[in-house]
Design a protein around this ligand. Structure first.
Ligand SMILES: [Mn+2]
Length: 293
């Protein structure tokens, strides 16, 4: 009998890189874009990131891994409800668990950040490392609990341990909540002062007791000069090399999934944000491959 979770999977969409069902990396598009408060359009990112990935090199000089030899198994996109966010989080979670249960590292391409609630729960991660301009720790935003501004709060409430890096658009209530729940965060300013090695040291410290780690890259963590095509741009961001250097220092075989979210192709006329999203996916997969062949 067919797995009921396949009900929510559209496997007919364009493929990321080289399709190879034997690959340990499972790509999933999650084109949900419902709660974006400022600049919508992230629903078009899974298609765009796959498209631009065809035109960049798959050899990672940072790790020496050639991802064209490793390949990606692209599962297509989650079939989503047009407006019901809670229903979609459940569908995303089911499809993510279907891919994860096959022993694959889930690579999810958003979509707005809210999708991460579904993917983290689906792959049963107990820790999340989040690169994000924002803490996403609000209890609710514009009256909604499942919202791109509440992602880490929803996960924290379910017992997932969170650490955040690159933050700079933060509310006082979020700082209070982070303190009360012992959620460490390193602002973008602190990252510049400390440098990637010290940030990595603190992160490794935090991750020490984790079993299943999930990394989420909200593209607005990166400075709008490098990543202009995002839903909520925030000045004074990180540069891409710093993000990838930190990732490369902290990643290990406990990582069960990661995502790139919040790219909005309609605000990205030169497509550099999508190209950077594809690059982050390649480098993260390559780093994971190099740490656990
Ligand atoms: Mn976010």
């Amino acid at each position: 009998m067919a797995d009921v979770r396949l009900l929510y999977l559209n496997e007919s969409v364009q493929k990321f890189g080289i399709e190879r069902k034997t690959s340990r990396f499972g790509v999933l598009g999650v084109p949900m874009d419902i709660t974006s408060s400022f600049r919508p359009g992230s629903r078009f990112a899974p298609h765009k990131v796959r498209q631009v990935s065809q035109f960049i090199e798959f050899l990672s000089l940072r790790t020496g891994v050639d991802m064209s030899e490793v390949g990606f198994a692209d599962f297509g996109d989650v079939i989503l409800h047009p407006s019901d966010v809670a229903e979609n989080v459940e569908r995303i979670s089911q499809v993510a668990s279907y891919i994860s249960d096959q022993g694959k590292v889930l690579i999810s391409i958003g979509g707005e950040h809210t999708i991460t609630v579904g993917t983290v729960l689906g792959v049963k991660a107990d820790c999340v490392l989040s690169f994000d301009a924002h803490l996403d720790l609000r209890d609710e935003y514009m009256g909604y609990k499942y919202d791109h501004a509440c992602v880490q709060r929803r996960l924290s409430e379910r017992g997932v341990r969170i650490m955040e890096i690159g933050n700079r658009g933060i509310g006082r209530d979020e700082i209070e909540y982070a303190k009360s729940m012992s959620i460490p965060f390193i602002t973008s300013h602190e990252v510049r002062v400390l440098g990637p090695k010290e940030v990595a040291r603190r992160t490794i410290n935090f991750l020490e007791t984790c079993n299943r780690i999930y990394i989420t890259y909200d593209m607005d963590a990166i400075d709008p000069a490098y990543a202009p095509g995002v839903a909520t741009p925030e000045p004074e961001g990180l540069d891409p090399s710093t993000v990838l250097d930190i990732m490369n220092l902290v990643i290990d075989k406990r990582v069960v999934g990661f995502d790139v979210v919040e790219i909005t192709p309609s605000y990205d006329p030169t497509e550099i944000t999508s190209v950077l999203g594809a690059k982050i996916i390649l480098e993260t997969a390559a780093a994971l491959k190099s740490k656990s062949p």
